[in-house]
Write a new protein. Structure first.
Length: 215
């Protein structure tokens, strides 16, 4: 795929490394072009830095790798995004990172979709730390939960996630981002407050139940 990354921070750089390693063609942009150029030079193969307004040209998918507070402006700075699939990876953290700014009745993903209605927003990767995203795929695949309202957009995100070594799990409609974002917040708490570190990720497993024998 040809994939554009909006944002050159820890998550944007981790996406660039992982996508390039899987032979995707990657363009990366940031508010300051030199930040994108730095990531591109570090990753090298198959990654190029471009101005934000040019990022969507020829891409199959855009990844919005910015904090929630900057996401709408960053996405609006990209031209020709009509109809594009956009992954929102954000967790809408408060300034002191003690909780979420929105929840229960809306979500970061829904607010972005409402503000930029001509794109197809899919929530995904908000439960994955950059340390996990930027690492080599292991024997046990990390789960990525994705939620959206457009079936084609969701399928694009699923195929991309699987291509870079993740177990993609359909999380339902975009409104379910209201539940995925608190899971992301809990993961952050476990990582930083609970002392588990940032090499963790949540997963849903099927329990092997033993039915008691009849007496």
């Amino acid at each position: 795929m040809k994939i554009g990354i909006i944002g050159a921070g820890n998550m944007g750089a981790a996406f660039a490394r992982r996508l390039a390693a899987a032979d995707h063609e990657v363009a990366i942009a940031a508010q300051r072009l030199e930040e994108a150029r730095k990531v591109a030079s570090q990753v090298g193969h198959r990654v190029r830095a471009v101005p934000r307004e040019e990022l969507a040209e020829g891409t199959d998918l855009l990844i919005l790798a910015t904090p929630f507070g900057a996401s709408v402006d960053a996405l609006r700075a990209v031209k020709n995004t009509d109809g594009k699939t956009v992954i929102d990876i954000s967790n809408p953290l408060t300034e002191d990172m003690s909780g979420l700014m929105v929840g229960h009745t809306t979500s970061a993903a829904e607010e972005i979709q409402r503000s930029v209605p001509r794109v197809k927003v899919v929530k995904a990767f908000n439960t994955v730390f950059s340390a996990v995203l930027g690492s080599e795929p292991g024997d046990s695949k990390v789960q990525v939960f994705y939620a959206g309202d457009d079936a084609g957009a969701k399928d694009t995100v699923r195929r991309m996630a699987e291509s870079i070594g993740f177990d993609a799990v359909d999380g339902g409609p975009l409104a379910n981002a209201r539940y995925l974002e608190p899971v992301g917040m809990l993961n952050i708490w476990f990582g930083y407050v609970g002392g588990r570190g940032t090499n963790i990720a949540p997963r849903w497993d099927t329990a092997a139940l033993t039915v008691p024998a009849a007496v």
